[in-house]
Design a protein around this ligand. Structure first.
Ligand SMILES: [Fe+2]
Ligand SMILES: [Fe+2]
Length: 208
């Protein structure tokens, strides 16, 4: 709950809200506003549930806890935003999918509510990336953003062999191991980037 509440707020502040100004057309701005509204909404809902089960309010907003490294890079272009929606929201989908069968029903219900919106964000990223890839210049910019952002995403799934993850699985809160989710994410990202966009997914260090 803490990590969802914090990361949804970071994402909305660092990427989604600034992207409204970068969106190139009124139509793209309209859809980007919807994405920003929904990401702020995810923060609000996860935060509410966190507060209801007694998590101290200060632990549900960015503060002492170090943010994911992806949030350290301020957004500079529309292409970057489209790639973030394509790939970072795919990572969000995997996280939310894992909670769809969560034994803690308030969290399961929240995941079920959030899922269609995350699917919309990833589809938004895919549709706009496809559009950008119609020109040579656009393809080059999308590839460059993939090269810079994709390597930051696999750590999002946490350490392999994590003791916390084992506890969550024992309690039925989570279904899959961190390393299984990471491998699934990399394969789904590869299919999107290589099979659908006909671009290249950068190779990761073996350690990642
Ligand atoms: Fe979200
Ligand atoms: Fe999202």
């Amino acid at each position: 709950m803490r990590s969802h509440s914090i990361n949804e707020l970071y994402g909305a502040q660092v990427f989604d809200e600034p992207a409204i100004a970068l969106a190139p057309t009124p139509y793209a701005k309209w859809l980007t506003c919807r994405v920003a509204m929904e990401e702020y909404g995810h923060h609000v809902r996860f935060r509410e549930l966190g507060e209801q089960i007694g998590v101290p309010a200060a632990q549900l907003v960015p503060g002492e806890k170090k943010p994911l490294s992806i949030f350290a890079f301020p957004l500079t272009s529309w292409e970057e935003f489209c790639v973030i929606k394509l790939l970072a929201d795919l990572a969000e989908i995997l996280q939310v999918e894992d909670l769809l069968h969560c034994a803690f029903h308030p969290l399961r219900n929240l995941a079920r509510m959030t899922m269609p919106e995350e699917r919309f964000h990833a589809q938004f990223g895919k549709d706009f990336c496809i559009e950008l890839c119609r020109t040579q210049e656009g393809r080059a910019k999308v590839q460059d953003a993939i090269d810079r952002y994709f390597p930051l995403l696999p750590p999002f799934f946490g350490a392999s062999g994590s003791a916390n993850n084992a506890t969550f699985r024992r309690l039925g809160i989570k279904q899959r191991r961190n390393e299984e989710m990471r491998a699934d994410f990399i394969e789904r990202a590869r299919a999107l980037v290589e099979d659908e966009l006909k671009l290249r997914l950068p190779k990761l260090d073996e350690a990642a």
